[in-house]
Design a protein around this ligand. Structure first.
Ligand code: AHR
Length: 321
């Protein structure tokens, strides 16, 4: 892809070579990055927004930030507005996987490179974005499933799991389900008896867990929540139903936000799989690289781990989100 800015830099570089003028003598225009965020549905998302805003400031990049309030139509509007404003780079975290091709083609036609952060799109035409940086959600689901397989090893009886899924149609909801289901195949006693969306929020997590408890009661052995916020909401529902989280129902979730560590230290959550929201510095360096005409790998995967309850107190002081 050719960008006007790159042409300008090339011309300036050539001028500096022939005339020995230092490039610093020119007032360089600030790089402008348009970023469309999903919303503020979880502790994770808030940390992600803070990371992006702080990193933009630190990198001297002008950030045009737009909050879509969890609506795809708002993200599409924001991207169109970034195109109209001729930003240098567009980045966004797509609320759902499908339905982006038209607007991404518009960005491509305007020669504005697009970076996907955190979540993927399912577009067949991968030339519509330059890179996708973020977690491997299938692997996160596998980590959660493998942990459960190990936990029940050597024990007898059925293992009935209720699952709180993330936003319907979103990459983390699809992939975390897939990875978990794949891993629990190792033990045929583990069965998902109910599965419903809690939209990644505490309020919905609580509401859906109440319904699960009403329908299945003491049959539930395990809760697998696609994020910590839903698990924290569900913990409230379990306590209000007179049961003990972690003792009566094993609780597994994903993100590793501070709230999950607090729940683990209180003995109410068994394990959380890490999903880092701290993508800001990586996004700013990718933005600078693109503007400088460098190419980027198509996929940049975040390195992550898993935190069981036993290590929570030791790890808590080191947590950044
Ligand atoms: O896309 C990442 C997911 O979105 C996080 O796991 C969840 O908490 C957030 O809302």
């Amino acid at each position: 892809m050719k960008f006007q800015r790159r042409t300008l830099f090339a011309a300036l570089a050539a001028a500096s070579l022939t005339t020995a003028w230092p490039l610093t003598g020119f007032a360089q225009k600030k790089i402008v990055l348009g970023f469309s965020q999903i919303g503020a549905e979880s502790e994770w998302r808030t940390a992600n927004t803070e990371s992006i805003k702080a990193a933009a400031k630190e990198a001297g990049i002008e950030l045009k930030f737009s909050d879509a309030q969890q609506k795809q139509e708002n993200q599409i509007k924001a991207i169109r507005s970034f195109i109209a404003q001729k930003v240098d780079v567009i980045a966004f975290s797509p609320v759902v996987e499908s339905g982006w091709d038209t607007v991404l083609r518009e960005a491509k036609a305007a020669k504005i490179p697009v970076i996907l952060t955190d979540r993927a799109v399912d577009s067949k035409d991968t030339s519509l974005y330059v890179t996708f940086m973020g977690s491997d959600f299938i692997e996160e689901g596998r980590k959660a499933g493998r942990w459960l397989v190990e936990k029940v090893k050597g024990k007898t009886g059925d293992v009935n799991v209720v699952e709180l899924q993330g936003t319907v149609g979103s990459a983390p909801a699809i992939d975390r389900k897939k990875g978990f289901e794949e891993a629990i195949k190792a033990d045929p006693r583990i069965k998902i008896i109910r599965s419903q969306t809690g939209d990644f929020t505490r309020a919905k997590g609580k509401e859906v867990m109440e319904a699960f408890l009403k329908a299945e009661g003491k049959k539930i052995n395990v809760l697998y929540a696609h994020n910590d916020d839903m698990a924290i909401g569900a913990i409230q529902a379990i306590e209000e139903a007179g049961m003990k989280p972690s003792k009566d129902i094993t609780i597994i979730s994903i993100d590793a936000v501070k709230g999950a560590f607090e729940a683990m230290m209180a003995g109410k959550l068994d394990v959380t799989v890490e999903c880092s929201p701290l993508l800001g510095p990586q996004l700013m360096s990718a933005t600078k690289d693109l503007v400088a005409g460098k190419s980027l790998p198509k996929r940049i995967v975040t390195e992550e781990t898993i935190f069981p309850m036993e290590v929570a107190a030791r790890e808590f002081p080191k947590r950044k989100y």
